[in-house]
Every structure is written in C-alpha cells, then in structure tokens.
Design a protein around this ligand. Structure first.
Ligand code: S3P
Length: 165
C-alpha cells in the first residue's frame, strides 16, 4: 500500500491520530519533525531560532524524500504543505489526508505552547492569518477529514474506511 501522509495545522492531532492509525493498520509511523530533530540533534524550536524558517523548510523537504513511499504512516509538520515541491511529492507518492479543524479549537490547544516557534509569543490573530493562508494548500488534492467535532477514534475510523475503499 502507498504510504499515508497526515497533514494539518499545528494542534490538529496529527501525531496522536498517526499513532492510533499505525496500530489499527499495523503499519509503522514516522513524524517528520521528530526525524529532523533526531538527525540534526536539535529541537525544531532551536533550528528555527538558530537557522531560520527557510532552512527548516529545506530540512523538511529532504526528510520527506527519505521516508519510504510504501506501507508507512507519515505525520508531517504543519508547514509541510507550504512548499509546492512537498505537496506534489506527497500526492504523487501516497494518500494525503488533511485533518481540518476550526481555528478556535486549535488555538485553545496552542496558545500556551512553547515548543512551536510560529506560535511562541504570537497573538491569536497573527497565527490565524497563517491558518487562513494555508487552507487551500492543505486542501489541494487531499482527502479532507473534518475533525472539529469528532473524537480521535472517530477520525481514525474514518481514515481507515477511506483507505480501504
Ligand atoms: C510548523 C509546525 C510544527 C513544526 C514547526 C513549524 C508550521 O509541526 O514543524 O514548528 O509551520 O506549521 P506541528 O504541526 O506538528 O506542530
């Protein structure tokens, strides 16, 4: 089976859903942020602070291409869709799901977070602008799963049924 890529804004539950999906489908899961941190020996926050966002985006593109294109669940950083090259790669090589969630719900999970450089010390409106600007990128070619009013189990079941179709 082609690999499954989970995309979505920060706080949309990609990591949690990816782990459950992994046990349901008996497939390994890889998280692009984790892989980058492990390879570079630095946290995502430190990578942003030391080298900037563009540098981080290049690391994302490289890591994406090293992940097997078959039989893998891939949970991606919320900005993976920003580069067209990454969107194309995921769509060509796998099944892409966008975990769509309303901004207010995401914000309630994000506002106190100190690990995400794009949220740290930012006002709600500034983060919302990024959210709005990315909507079309997330939707491009992907299967949209509406998660706002669904439990993790429900979201996982929906993905499983879409994959098995
Ligand atoms: C980012 C999302 C983060 C991480 C980095 C940038 C973004 O991943 O890759 O902080 O640009 O949306 P999560 O979506 O897992 O928080």
């Amino acid at each position: 089976m082609k690999s499954i890529y989970l995309t979505g804004f920060m706080g949309s539950g990609k990591t949690t859903i990816g782990k459950q999906l992994s046990s349901k489908l008996h497939l390994p899961v890889m998280d692009t942020d984790e892989e980058i941190s492990r390879k570079e020996g630095l946290s995502v926050r430190t990578l942003f602070e030391k080298y900037g966002e563009d540098y981080f985006r290049s690391l994302e593109t490289s890591i994406l291409k090293t992940i097997p294109k078959e039989d893998m669940i891939v949970t991606t950083g919320g900005g993976m869709v920003v580069r067209e090259e990454n969107r194309k790669w995921m769509l060509q090589n796998g099944i892409v799901f966008y975990l769509q969630c309303e901004f207010d719900k995401l914000w309630s999970r994000l506002e106190k977070d100190e690990t995400r450089p794009l949220v740290l010390n930012q006002q709600k409106e500034a983060v919302k602008k990024i959210y709005i600007s990315r909507q079309e990128l997330y939707k491009e070619g992907s299967i949209v799963i509406h998660t706002t009013n669904q439990s993790v189990d429900e979201v996982v079941d929906e993905i499983v049924s879409r994959v098995k179709k």
